[in-house]
Design a protein around this ligand. Structure first.
Ligand code: MCA
Ligand code: AMP
Length: 487
């Protein structure tokens, strides 16, 4: 049994504390212990299950599936159910799951249909068999994340890292069993799955997932007992847009104990609009798939738009200059790369010792994020080392993977991808395309569908610009700065 969920171990058949609610499905701690316990037993018994894929729809069954895999000590690979064929083939080839957990009605794509499948049920026997203890260094999750080039890499997150990061957040936010977390984040990334599902279950509190994001849903659940909200900046932007004239929403937000934003920078304008309407300051925290959470603004410490706060308990953080020397200045000006170390770090990239080695400077992980330190130690992120990483809607997307997908379209001769500021998405993916046939270029929609079908819908270009040639330097490298300037 994994030590991640003491409250599940403690749950007795009469434990009717609410654990999770997603759409129409609600489970108490006793019900979750039964359903996940029974499934854990089955997962553990499937011939040496090395890894288990989870068809990570925004449902209670996904939460049960992941908890079951963790209880059994079998690494779970959450899959975005909208993943396109090429990306799915890569993830399945790389992670080689022995079986797949899915909802009974879920239709799985061909790549998964060949695997043994267990349908996840929300019920189980009163006393499910207990699982053996799980070594904290065992991989809990394999989460796929984009790099600047090539296909996504599988980030190996141990039970130890998950527990350490969730406990550090609990301390920073005074997060307890009394909290009722509301969110609508996807369940195949760290934010929604680790913080948004495993977090409340580790504390013994409740999570209410909306199934799909809507401002109305946020207002409803926060107005009906929700104490915390987790979201990406795009969600807070949409909430800020809706606050004007919506008294119910304003009251619901004002009544929450904690509003937390992460995955990308929350623009000061949205901070200010929310604070002005509700009197509440949105708390920003900074993390990464590879590091889980690194820093957070502490609640009640006054408004700090623009900073992501100070390091969490157990996390060492330093800024490093171009030569790799540590910067000591807390002057709000000297920019360096953020490097971190601590028990929250991942164990490496699956099958990629080269990438793992390149990501570390000794035991320090190179985040690729550029920041300054304020006089009080607060970290202010100012950019990224790689311009080829785009954050859109809180998703990290590598320009290279989209360029490769575009080049596979028969109507595309050359392609380059950049990110442009977008008030809703933070950054919008822009494709610069030299068509094979200038007279008949493929349409914007056709290219968006092509990328969505191969990779994932959130990786599709939102804007396509057609050119006769891409600007290149003498070495043939595309000059992306010139592209953005010409937009
Ligand atoms: C539209 N759709 C399409 C196409 N056009 N599908 C296929 N082909 C097309 N051409 C569909 C989509 O599938 C979707 O369907 C709907 O249209 C809208 O999709 P989209 O435009 O992508 O939605 P959006 O409005 O842009 O979504 C905004 C969002 C979303 C809800 C904020 O971006 C989101 O959930 N972001 C969260 C990202 C996140 O969790 N990041 C964490 C990673 P349908 O409506 O049916 O779905 S970062 C992390 O974990 C670290 C550790 C951290 O720090 O947190
Ligand atoms: P991912 O690799 O998808 O987990 O995304 C991690 C990246 O998201 C980090 O390296 C940062 O660039 C960015 N990020 C996460 N939280 C914040 C935040 N609060 N403010 C700005 N950027 C953030």
């Amino acid at each position: 049994m994994s030590a991640l969920f003491p409250e599940l171990e403690r749950a007795v058949p009469s434990d009717d504390r609410p654990a999770l609610r997603v759409g129409p499905d609600a489970l108490t701690y006793a019900e979750l212990a039964r359903a996940a316990g029974a499934l854990a037993d089955r997962v553990g018994r499937v011939g040496g299950a090395g890894r288990v894929a989870v068809w990570a729809t925004p449902t209670a069954r996904t939460a049960v599936a992941v908890v079951a895999a963790l209880l059994a000590g079998v690494p779970a690979v959450p899959l975005n159910p909208r993943t396109g064929e090429r990306e799915l083939a890569h993830i399945l080839g790389d992670s080689a799951p022995d079986l797949v957990l899915a909802g009974p009605g879920d239709e799985l794509p061909a790549g998964l249909a060949a695997l043994p499948r267990i349908d996840v049920e929300l019920t189980g026997p009163e006393a499910p068999p207990g699982a053996a203890p799980v070594d904290p260094e065992t991989t809990a999750l394999v989460v796929y994340t984009s790099g600047t080039t090539g296909p996504p890499k599988g980030v190996l997150l141990s039970h130890r890292a998950v527990a350490a990061s969730l406990d550090a957040l609990a301390e920073a936010w005074s997060w307890t069993a009394d909290d009722v977390l509301v969110h609508a984040l996807p369940l195949f990334h760290v934010h929604g799955l680790v913080l948004g599902i495993l977090g409340p279950l580790r504390r013994g509190g409740e999570v209410r997932h909306l199934g799909a994001f809507s401002v109305e849903g946020v207002g409803r659940e926060l107005g009906d007992g929700g104490t915390m909200l987790f979201g990406v900046p795009t969600m807070y932007h949409r909430i800020a847009d809706a606050l004007d004239g919506d008294d119910r929403l304003t009251k619901a937000l004002a009544g929450a104990r904690l509003l937390v934003s992460g995955s990308a920078a929350l623009p000061v304008h949205d901070h200010e609009r929310i604070a002005a309407a509700t009197g509440r300051t949105v708390v920003e925290r900074y993390g990464m798939s590879e590091t889980l959470m690194n820093t957070s603004v502490r609640p009640g410490g006054g408004p700090r738009p623009g900073t992501v706060g100070t390091p969490l308990a157990g996390v060492d953080l330093r800024l490093v200059d171009e030569d790799g020397s540590e910067l000591g200045e807390f002057d709000g000006e000297t920019v360096g790369e953020v490097q971190v170390r601590g028990p929250n770090l991942f164990s490496g990239y699956l099958n990629r010792p080269d990438a793992t080695a390149a990501a570390f400077d000794g035991d320090w992980f190179r985040t690729g994020d550029m920041a300054v330190r304020e006089a009080d130690g607060g970290v202010r992120l100012v950019g990224r080392k790689a311009t080829d990483l785009i954050k859109s809607g809180g998703y990290k997307i590598g320009a290279g993977e989209i360029e490769n997908a575009l080049l596979d379209h028969p109507g595309v001769r050359e392609a380059a991808v950049t990110g442009e500021p977008d008030p809703d998405l933070g950054e919008r993916i822009v494709a610069w395309v030299v068509p094979q046939d200038r007279e008949r270029p493929p349409s914007d929609e056709e290219l968006a569908e092509h990328v969505a079908g191969l990779l994932a819908p959130h990786k599709r270009p939102r804007t396509v610009r057609y050119l006769d040639a891409l600007p290149r330097n003498d070495m043939g490298k595309v000059l992306k700065k010139e592209l953005s300037a010409s937009g």
